[in-house]
Ligand binder design. Structure first.
Ligand code: GN1
Ligand code: MG
Length: 372
């Protein structure tokens, strides 16, 4: 535990009680630590994060969204939805500074904040089985269930164009234009995108036509952001709430599915092992629809297959663009890391495309819609 980290942690909890500060999770954007402490007869822990202010330019608004979310959750949890009764459900809360009237620390141009830690629960980077996929779906569905009636004007847009795929494509084109030579792997990845330009606006066009509407979303509900109770194996809450903002729930559904239906995980270097598992997808969607059916419109259901294909394509495009730009956005540990990550997502897209008719039939069946 470094002196600098200890000094920041001290702003949230007395330094003399802090027993350890260790890195937590595997986030690609922020720096996250678990701070543990022990007092006279009390032990505890909290999560301390340095927000990446190159990505989140207005971290104060990120905090405001978190406050609005917490207040709304409190209102909803006063009368929990019937599907939740008897189940443990938690939401990370802001841990304010202790001796100052502030919810965060600004220090040397850095932005630090703390939130509560959900204990006796874990996350995993790779899916284990259909039960877990079902719980991931339930977790996302319950999160949407609890926030769908939070008015979006109460949430700031903290990441403009986040998950707006056509904008990522524009950015890719700009970056590509400034690249002089591409190696064969980069060329192959660019060709993959070139063949899929059409239709990248499928969700935004549906939004523009009024078929879909903005709602509060999580923004990043990938597998390792859903906490699973250590004993019961049930989902107990979603973490990593920095990207909570107005958006399309399809971004969330696509993101959760792309991360939980590829058993190899997004960091694998073994492309052969990457694939889209329709059984896991069925389990996830079944868990999701169970708690979300009440607020899903026919159009919402209609665009499910599209978002399941689009979000991995978008993430691959984001990784590829960052690779071509010199790895300025996502944390990397080797020069080809983002290119490799892009290849994983593209393999997944390819596999989803190969199974599209079966995926469409599955969604029709799960949503009780007549097969065309
Ligand atoms: C980033 O930092 P992390 O790992 O929570 C990214 C997500 C991507 C994800 C891919 C703000 O999330 O959009 O899906 O990496 N977050 C941001 O692992 O860009
Ligand atoms: Mg995140």
């Amino acid at each position: 535990m470094t002196e600098a980290l200890e000094a920041i942690a001290d702003r949230f909890h007395p330094r003399e009680q802090i027993t350890a500060i260790r890195t937590l999770g595997s986030g690609n954007v922020n720096e996250t630590f678990l701070v543990t402490h022990e007092g006279a007869n009390k032990r505890g822990s909290f999560v301390m994060q340095r927000l990446n202010t190159a990505v989140f330019e207005r971290p104060d608004l990120v905090m405001r969204n978190l406050q609005a979310l917490g207040a709304h959750m409190d209102r909803r949890m006063a009368t929990p939805p019937p599907e939740l009764q008897g189940r443990r459900w938690e939401l990370p809360r802001i841990v304010p500074c202790r001796n100052e009237d502030s919810a965060w620390v600004e220090h040397n141009g850095e932005f630090w904040r703390s939130i509560t830690y959900i204990s006796a629960a874990t996350t995993s980077n790779e899916i284990q089985d259909c039960n877990q996929a079902n719980e991931l779906g339930y977790g996302l569905g319950m999160f949407h269930n609890l926030i769908h009636d939070l008015a979006i004007h109460q949430l700031a847009d903290t990441l403009e164009n986040f998950h707006v795929t056509p904008e990522y494509l524009n950015r890719f084109d700009t970056v590509l234009n400034s690249c002089s030579v591409l190696d064969p792997a980069e060329q192959a990845a660019c060709t993959f995108i070139d063949k899929r330009r059409e239709g990248v606006d499928v969700l935004e066009a549906a939004l523009a036509r009024g078929e879909l509407q903005h709602r509060p979303i999580h923004g990043d509900p990938k597998i390792n952001n859903v906490m699973i109770d250590e004993t019961s194996g049930k989902a107990v809450g979603l973490i990593d709430l920095d990207t909570v903002k107005p958006g399309l729930i399809h971004y969330d559904i696509g993101d959760c599915i792309r991360s939980c239906c590829n058993a190899a995980g997004e960091e694998t270097t073994d492309l052969e092992s990457v694939g889209f598992d329709l059984n896991l997808c069925e389990a996830m969607l079944e868990g999701y629809i169970k708690v979300a059916r009440g607020f899903l419109s026919e159009w919402d259901l209609h665009y499910l297959p599209d978002c399941i294909r689009l979000i991995p394509l978008e993430l691959g495009l984001r990784f590829l663009t960052d690779h071509l730009e010199g790895n300025v956005y996502f944390k990397t540990n080797r020069p080809s890391h983002n290119l490799q990550r892009a290849a994983v997502q593209f393999k997944l897209v390819q596999d989803i495309e190969n199974q599209m008719p079966a995926l469409q039939r599955l969604i029709q069946r799960l949503s009780d819609r007549p097969v065309n």
